[in-house]
Ligand binder design. Structure first.
Ligand code: ATP
Ligand code: MG
Length: 355
C-alpha cells in the first residue's frame, strides 16, 4: 500500500487532480496495489479556509505520506495578500524546503501529433526526449543577500552563489542514476570558465563519472547549452545543472515540445517526493472543464517511477497518454481540425480505460 498526500489547490488544480487519481486507481486495479489518498488544503483554498496557505496539518499529511501529488496554487483572488501569505511564497517554497526536495526533474518529450505545437521545425524536434535535472535548494537563490549604501549616494546589492561538494555530489549522483535508466548520457551544464562554484561543480562531476562508466559524461557551458537546446535538442538525454541555470533552462526546454498542458514535474530529495504539473492554476479557464489533465497524469507516472520504483506501471501510464494522443483526442488547448474535442473528465476517463 502506498500513501499519497493529495493537494488539489486552486483554479484548475481541483479539476485535473481527480483525473490523475482516476488513472492511479486504474493502475491499482490492474496490478493489485492499494493507494491511500489523503487530501489536504493548500494555497488560496487553504488561506480561505484556515487563514494560511500551508497549514500545519497539510505539512503533517505530506510528511506522513510516501509521496505528494499537487495540482496548482494561486490566482488573482490572493495576489494582494502580504507576500508571506501569498500561495506561491507562503506555500510552495516552504513545502519544498520542509520536504528537503533538492532535485527538480522536468522532462521535455514530444508527444505524437504535437509537432506543430512547437516553435521549432519537425526535423529538429522529432524524437526529442530530454530530462533536465535542476538543483533546487542551493546556489544563488539561497545564498546570502544584502543591500548597502555606496559613498556616491547609490546602492550596492549582493547575492552569494555557493555550492559545497556535498550539495553537488548528491544532485549529480541522482542525475547519474536517472541517466543510467534512460539513454545513458549525462550533460553537466555550468559556467566553469568564469565561476569558481562551477569549477568545483565540474571537478565533482568528473570525480563521480568514474563510478558510472556506463554513462557517457559531457560538460557544456550554460550559454552554449541554451543555444544547443534550440539548435539540436536531440543531442541531449539527461542535463544536470545548478539552481539558477536550471530555472532558466527548464523553461527553455519546456517550450521545445510546445504544450504547457502536457508537462509534468517531480521534486525529489528527502523521504517524500512532490509531483505536480509544470503549469499554474490557469484561472482564465478554471471551472469550465477545459483544462488538460495530462501533465498531472504524467506527474503521477513520475511518482510511480521515482518514489515507488514502479517502472512498468509508469510506462503504462505514459503509453496510455500516447495512445490517446495518437487516436486524436484533444482538450481545447491542443484542439485542431480533424481531432476529437474532449473535456477534462473525458480525457481522464480515456487514459484510465486504456490502462
Ligand atoms: P503561474 O504563475 O502559476 O505559473 P501563469 O499564469 O504564469 O501561472 P498558467 O496558470 O500555467 O500560468 O497559465 C498560462 C496559460 O496556459 C493560461 O492561458 C492557461 O489557461 C493555460 N494553461 C495552463 N495550464 C493548462 C492546462 N492544464 N490546460 C489548458 N490550458 C492551460
Ligand atoms: Mg508562470
Amino acid at each position: 500500500m502506498y500513501k499519497i498526500a493529495v493537494l488539489p489547490g486552486d483554479g484548475i488544480g481541483v479539476e485535473i487532480v481527480p483525473e490523475a487519481l482516476k488513472v492511479l486507481q486504474a493502475i491499482a486495479l490492474r496490478f493489485g496495489y492499494e493507494f491511500e489518498f489523503n487530501e489536504a488544503l493548500i494555497g488560496g483554498a487553504a488561506y480561505d479556509a484556515v487563514g494560511h496557505p500551508l497549514p500545519a496539518e497539510t505539512l503533517d499529511t505530506c510528511r506522513n505520506s510516501d509521496a505528494v501529488l499537487l495540482g496548482a496554487i494561486g490566482g488573482p483572488k490572493w495576489d494582494k495578500l502580504p507576500v508571506q501569505l501569498r500561495p506561491e511564497v507562503g506555500a510552495l517554497l516552504p513545502l519544498r524546503k520542509e520536504l528537503g526536495l533538492f532535485a527538480n526533474l522536468r522532462p521535455s518529450v514530444l508527444f505524437p501529433g504535437l509537432v506543430h505545437a512547437s516553435t521549432l521545425k519537425e526535423e529538429v524536434i522529432d524524437g526529442v526526449d530530454i530530462m533536465v535535472i535542476r538543483e533546487l535548494t542551493g546556489g544563488l537563490y539561497f545564498g546570502e543577500k544584502k543591500r548597502e549604501q555606496t559613498s556616491d549616494g547609490g546602492q550596492k546589492a549582493t547575492d552569494i552563489l555557493s555550492y559545497s561538494t556535498f550539495e553537488i555530489e548528491r544532485i549529480v549522483r541522482f542525475a547519474y542514476e536517472v541517466a543510467r535508466k534512460r539513454g545513458k548520457k549525462l550533460c553537466s551544464v555550468d559556467k566553469a570558465n568564469v565561476l569558481e562554484s562551477s569549477r568545483l561543480w565540474r571537478e565533482t562531476v568528473n570525480k563521480l563519472a568514474r563510478d558510472y562508466p556506463d554513462v557517457e559524461t559531457s560538460h557544456m557551458y550554460v550559454d552554449n547549452c541554451s543555444m544547443q537546446l534550440i539548435r539540436n535538442p536531440r543531442q541531449f538525454d539527461v542535463i544536470v545543472t545548478e539552481n539558477m541555470f536550471g530555472d532558466i533552462l527548464t523553461d527553455e526546454a519546456s517550450m521545445l515540445t510546445g504544450s504547457i498542458g502536457m508537462l509534468p514535474s517531480a521534486s525529489i530529495g528527502g523521504e517524500v517526493g512532490l509531483y505536480e504539473p509544470s503549469h499554474g492554476s490557469a484561472p482564465d479557464i478554471a471551472g469550465q472543464k477545459k483544462a488538460n489533465p495530462l501533465a498531472t497524469i504524467l506527474s503521477a507516472a513520475m511518482m510511480l517511477r521515482y518514489s515507488f520504483d514502479l517502472e512498468e506501471e509508469a510506462r503504462l501510464i505514459e503509453q496510455a497518454v500516447r495512445t490517446v494522443m495518437e487516436e486524436g483526442y484533444r482538450t481545447p488547448d491542443l484542439m485542431e481540425e480533424g481531432k476529437t474535442l474532449l473535456n477534462t473528465e473525458e480525457i481522464g476517463d480515456l487514459v484510465a480505460a486504456k490502462i
